[in-house]
Design a protein around this ligand. Sequence first.
Ligand code: BGC
Ligand code: NOJ
Length: 662
Amino acid sequence: MTLFSYVEFCLYEALDDMTNFQRTYSIGEVEIDGAAIYHTTGLRERRDHCTLFGCTREPTGFDTNRDVFVGVHNGLQEAAVPLAGRAFNSVAHGWNPVGSHQLDLRLEPGEEETFAFVLALLEQPGPTVDRAAGHALLARYAEPGAVWTAFDALRERWRVLLDGLQVDCPDTLVRRMLNTWNQSQVIATFNLSRSASLWESGIGRGMGFRDSNQDLLGCVHLVPERARQRLLDLAATQLSDGTCFHQYQPLTKKGNAEIGGGFNDDQLWLVVSTCAYIKETGDASILAEPVGYADVPGSRDDLLHHLETSIAFTLANRGKHGLPLIGHADWNDCLNLNCFSTDPDESFQTAGDVEGSRAESAMIAGLFLYAARELARLYTHLDRPEDEARLLAAYDEMLAAVEAEAWDGAWYLRAFDAAGSPVGSHVCDEGRIFVESQAWCVLGGAGAENGRARRALESVQELLAKEDGVVLVQPAYTRYHPELGEITSYPPGYKENGGVFCHTNPWITLCWCLLGEGDRALDSYLAICPATRESRIETYRSEPYAFAQMIAGPDAATPGEAKNSWLTGTAAWALVALSQGILGIRPDYGGLRVDPCIPPGWDSFHVTRRFRGVVYEIGVRNPRHVSGGVHGLTVDGREVFGNLVPAGAVGSVVHVDVELGG
Ligand code: BGC
Ligand code: NOJ
C-alpha cells in the first residue's frame, strides 16, 4: 500500500495570501530533511517561526509544490501524485507550497503498524531552520504510545474543566449538550469571538465588543482568570464618552478604526459581564483595576468607573420618547435606522450619519433596565446605598419611559425610526413584532407589575414561535426599506429578516423562567438545540452538536436549514438559560442560588457545580411536580432558609438537597 500525506501551507499573512498573488507566488520556500518538511517562507528575513510537517516513519518520497502534487488542471479528487502512485520529490520555489510524504507500507494479514504525522509551529530564534528541534519533536512522538499519552492528557484536561458543571436529568439531549458540547462551544466562542472559522474568514471582525462580553457569560465558570483579563481588555477599548470600539483585534488589542463605534448597546454589555464575573468568582477587586480610555492616551480610570461611564452614556443619549438613541445599530446589527443607503458598494455597518439622529431603541432601553439593576445590586453588595439608590432612580425613569412609550398594545415596540415612526408595531405593514424588545424589556423587569410581560411573551408564542424556534421578526420584510437598513436586504426568512436568529432564543427561555413556565422554558431550549436535529439532519445541514447562528425561518426558501455554526452568542446564552434559568443554579454575590424552573414532569435532577473552589453536589427532588419554588433546602444535612447556598470551605465537597414545591 502506498500512502500519501498532504497539507497546504498558508503564507502566514491571510489577506495577502488570498489577494496579493503577484508577490505571494514568488516568496514561498521550503526545506526538506528526511521525514521533516519545513515551510520556511519569510524566515530568512523577519519571521521568527516556521512550520514543520513531519512523519515518525521514514518516507520514500515527498512533494512540496502544489502544482506537482495536484497537477495543474486536476482537482484534489484526482491529484496527480496518488494517480501516478509515486511522489516526484518536488521542491517549491514560490507558487503554493504544500507538504506531502510518500509512505510504502507492507502489512501481512492481521498485522498493524503505528506511526504519526506531526504538524507544528516551531518558534525560531534565528534565520535558519533549527533541524535539531524538529528532530527532537518527531522523536518524541515516535516513542510507542506517545501520541495516545498526549491525547489522553488533552482529554483529561477537558474532563477536569467540564467536570465543574455536570447535570444528570431525565432529558438525554439536555445532558449531552450541557455536559460536553455546549461547554466546549463556549470555550470556542470565548477564544475566537467572531474572528476565525469557516464562516468568519479570520481577517475581518476580530473580537466584537458586545459579542465577547456575552461570550464571557457562558464560560466565566470555566476560565475565570482569562475572563478577568478579557474584561480589562474590553474596557480598554471604551472611549471617554462611554462609547466603545465595536471590535478590536485579538493580537494588538487595539480597536478597529474602520468600523469605529456608535453601536449604542455595546457599552452596557460590559456592566452585565462584569457583574457576572464578580458573582461567579467573588472577586470584586477587579473593579479597582486601572484601565484607560482608548481615545485618551495615558489615561487611567478604574473598571467600576468604566461601568458608570457606560450607564451615563445611555442616559445622556436619549431621544424624544425618553428611549436610548440607537446609533448605527443595537444588538441587531442590521437594524440601521440612520443609514439610508442607496449605494450597493457601501457597508450598512458604517454608512450613514448617526450624529444628530433621533432614532431610538426599545431593546437598548430593556438592556439598560437590566444593566442598571445589575449595577444597583452590585452597589448593594458593596454596601454603597447612595449609589444603589441613584441607579435605581435611573432604572425607574427608564422603566416609566418604556411603559409609557414602548408598549404597542400586545407587545413592546422595537424602535422609533429617524422620522419618529414606530418600528415593530401593529401599525406597520411588515415587521410588526420583533423578538429582541420583548426579551430585553421583560428581562429588564418591564411588564412585571402590570401583566405586560406575560402578554408580550404570549405574543411571542403566538406570532414568532415556529417549528424551528422563535423567528426574529414577523412578517418578514419583502422589500428594501432604506429607513430600516440591512435587515431588509436579506431575503425573507434568512438572518435578521425573519430567520430563527438563535442567539435570541435563550433570552426567551429565560423570560419563560421568569414567568415560572418550566415546560415552555424547556421547549424553547430544545427548539434550537442542535442535538434535536439528528432526525432532520438532511434539512438542518449543520453539525448536530454545535449551536448555529441562524436556522432559516418558515418564510425562507429552505426552512430549517442552519448556517453559521460555532461562533455565535447562542452558545453562551443557551448555557446560561439552561444552567441558570431552567436548572436554576445561579451564582450570586453571597453564594450559589438554587432556583429551578423545570418541566413539572421531571421527578428530580442532579447538578455538580464547582463554584469558588468548592464542589457542590446538588440534588433537586420534585415530589409535587411543580416547575419551581424551593420548599426545603439542606446543606450537608443542615436546614437553610431560602434558596441561597452559603459558601462552603475551599477544597470541600458540599452536599445540597433541595425539595421543590413553593
Ligand atoms: C450580519 C450580522 C452581523 C453584521 C456585522 C451582517 O451582515 O447579518 O449578523 O452582525 O453583518 O458583521
Ligand atoms: C452577529 C454579530 O456578531 C452580533 O454582534 C449581533 O448582535 C448579531 N449578529 C445580530 O445582528
